[in-house]
Design a protein around this ligand. Structure first.
Ligand SMILES: [Zn+2]
Length: 470
C-alpha cells in the first residue's frame, strides 16, 4: 500500500474508465443520471487496491461464480472508493462494489448476497441484452421523431399549426423509457432468482441479500433527498422484495450463519477500510480504546499511521503480530509504515515476510521492490528487477510498478530498459506523448528486432485513444 496522499493503493485504472463510458450511456438513458460516481466522468475511477480485501472478496465470489458457470471467465472484483451504497456490473469481466456497500454490510453473507445477485446479471447476459434493447429503443425513438416531424409537416399543411410535432416527439420517447425501465425490472427479478439459486447451490443463505434489500428500501422511504445509486440501477419495488423473501425462506440454508473465521476476516476488512478512509475521531468512535478486539486494534494502528504517529503505529502492529504471527497483512502494513516513513532498509524484512506468507501477492511484491530500490544500492536494484517484472505479468496496469522498474534499471545503468519501462509507465498513465518519446529513445539503444525493441516499437506506434463517450 503506497502513496501518502492516496490511502490504500488507489490509482486510476484505464480499462474500468472505458467500460464506464459505455455504462454511462446506458444509465443516462435509463435513469437520467447518477449510476456510477460522477468523478468517473473526469476520466478514471477511484479504484482501491488492497491484497487482503481483494482476496476476501474473491473468496466470497468464487463459489458463486463457479456454480454460475463463470469460473473460467476470470471475473474481477473492483473496489471503488465511494461511500454511497452501490454494486454493479457493466461488462462480463468485472463486478464493481463501492466501499460504501462494504461498510454497510455487517456480515459476509450480505456481500455474498450482493455478488450472487450481480452474478445473476452476468450469467443472464443482461448487459448485452440491455444494450440490444437500448439500440432498439434508439431506433424506435428516431422512427418516432421522424413520425413527429411528419405529423408536424402534415399539421402545418392542414393549417392546424406546427406545434403538434413537439408532443408527437416527446410522448413516444417517455413511453420508450418506460418500457426500458420495465425491462430492467424484469432483469432484476431474474437476477434475484438466479442469485438465490446460486446461494442455495453453494449451501448459503439468501438472508443477507434480503436484509440488505429491506434496509435499502426502508432507508429510501425515510430519506427521499438522497437515493442510493444502487436503488437507481436496481429498482426495488415492494413486490420485488416480497418475492425475494418467499424465495429466500424456501431455502433449507436460510438460517445458516457465516463461519466465525470468515466473519473475523470481514470485520478486519471493515476495520482496515475505516482506518484508511475515516478521520481519526470517527475511527476512535467506531473502535474505542476499550475495544481490545483484533479489528479494533487494527483500525487504530492504521489510523495512527495515517495521522503521522509512526512509532505508535509500529508498536500497535507489533502487538498484532504477537497475537497472530502468520498474518501477512500485519507485516505488509509494518513495511508500508517504515517505507513511507523514510526507512526503506527497515521495511525490507517485514515485506519479505509478508511476501512469503501471502503466497503470490503481486501488490506486496511491488512494495518490496519499491523498498529495495529506495535503499539506493545496485545489489538491491538487481533483486528488484525480476521481482517487479514477475509482479507486472499479473498486474500489468500498475503504473507505479513500471515507474519503479524504470528506476531499478536506472540504478543498474541499463538505460535502454529504463527508457522502455518509463515509456510503459507513461502509457499506463495515459500520457501517450511522453510514452512515445521515451519508447523512441529506447529504440535507439536497443538491438534492432530484439523483443524489447519490438515492445518499444509498439509503443511508438500507439495512437491516442478516442475521448470517452459521456
Ligand atoms: Zn440488479
Amino acid at each position: 500500500m503506497v502513496g501518502k496522499k492516496t490511502p490504500i493503493r488507489a490509482w486510476r485504472v484505464a480499462p474500468a474508465g472505458r467500460a464506464l463510458a459505455l455504462a454511462m450511456a446506458v444509465a443516462v438513458a435509463l435513469v437520467g443520471d447518477g449510476l456510477p460516481p460522477a468523478r468517473a466522468q473526469q476520466g478514471g475511477l477511484p479504484v482501491i487496491r488492497d491484497t487482503e480485501i481483494e482476496n476476501l472478496l474473491r473468496d466470497y465470489a468464487a463459489p458463486i461464480l463457479k456454480v454460475a458457470g463463470l469460473a473460467k471467465q476470470h471475473v474481477r472484483i473492483v473496489i471503488l472508493n465511494d461511500r454511497a451504497f452501490n454494486a454493479f456490473v457493466m461488462d462480463g469481466r468485472h463486478i464493481f462494489i463501492n466501499v460504501g456497500a462494504l461498510f454497510d454490510a455487517k456480515t459476509p453473507n450480505e456481500v455474498i448476497g450482493i455478488f450472487a445477485h450481480e452474478t445473476g446479471h452476468l450469467a443472464g447476459g443482461h448487459l448485452m441484452r440491455l444494450r440490444e434493447e437500448l439500440a432498439r429503443a434508439q431506433t424506435a425513438s428516431i422512427v418516432a421523431m421522424l413520425a413527429g416531424i411528419g405529423a408536424a409537416v402534415a399539421g402545418a399543411r392542414s393549417g392546424s399549426g406546427g406545434n403538434i410535432g413537439v408532443p408527437a416527439i416527446m410522448a413516444p420517447q417517455s413511453m420508450i423509457q418506460h418500457s426500458l425501465l420495465a425491462y430492467v425490472r424484469t432483469q432484476e427479478d431474474q437476477a434475484d432468482h438466479a442469485g438465490v439459486k446460486f446461494l442455495t447451490e453453494t449451501h448459503q443463505s439468501a438472508k443477507g441479500m434480503l436484509d440488505l434489500f429491506k434496509r435499502l428500501t426502508n432507508e429510501s422511504l425515510f430519506n427521499s433527498r438522497y437515493i442510493d445509486p444502487y436503488l437507481q440501477s436496481h429498482p426495488m419495488p415492494p413486490e420485488r422484495v416480497a418475492a425475494l423473501e418467499v424465495l429466500a425462506k424456501a431455502s433449507p440454508y436460510f438460517d445458516r450463519k457465516d463461519p466465525p473465521e470468515l466473519q473475523l476476516r470481514h470485520d478486519m476488512m471493515r476495520a482496515k477500510l475505516s482506518g484508511f478512509l475515516d478521520r481519526p475521531d470517527t475511527v476512535y468512535r467506531r473502535y474505542p480504546l476499550s475495544d481490545h478486539s483484533l479489528p479494533a486494534r487494527y483500525a487504530r494502528a492504521i489510523a495512527a499511521f495515517r495521522y503521522g504517529n509512526a512509532p505508535e503505529a509500529i508498536a500497535q502492529i507489533d502487538s498484532l503480530i504477537q497475537t497472530q504471527p502468520n498474518d501477512p497483512y500485519f507485516y505488509e502494513l509494518k513495511g508500508q509504515v517504515l517505507l513511507e516513513g523514510g526507512h526503506p532498509a527497515d521495511a525490507i524484512a517485514p515485506l519479505r515476510r509478508a511476501v512469503t506468507l501471502a503466497h503470490g501477492a503481486p501488490l506486496i511484491d511491488i512494495m518490496l521492490g519499491q523498498a529495495l530500490i529506495a535503499t539506493n544500492t545496485a545489489k538491491n536494484a538487481e533483486e528488484a528487477v525480476p521481482l517487479l517484472r514477475a509482479a507486472l505479468t499479473r498486474e500489468p496496469e500498475a503504473p507505479e510498478a513500471y515507474a519503479q522498474l524504470a528506476m531499478a534499471y536506472g540504478r543498474k545503468g541499463d538505460l535502454a530498459q529504463a527508457d522502455l519501462a518509463a515509456a510503459q509507465a507513461a502509457l499506463n498513465r495515459g500520457d501517450i506523448k511522453t510514452a512515445r518519446q521515451l519508447a523512441a529513445r529506447a529504440k535507439t539503444r536497443l538491438p534492432v528486432g530484439s523483443p524489447a525493441w519490438v515492445q518499444a516499437d509498439d509503443i511508438v506506434s500507439v495512437k491516442a485513444p478516442a475521448p470517452p463517450r459521456q
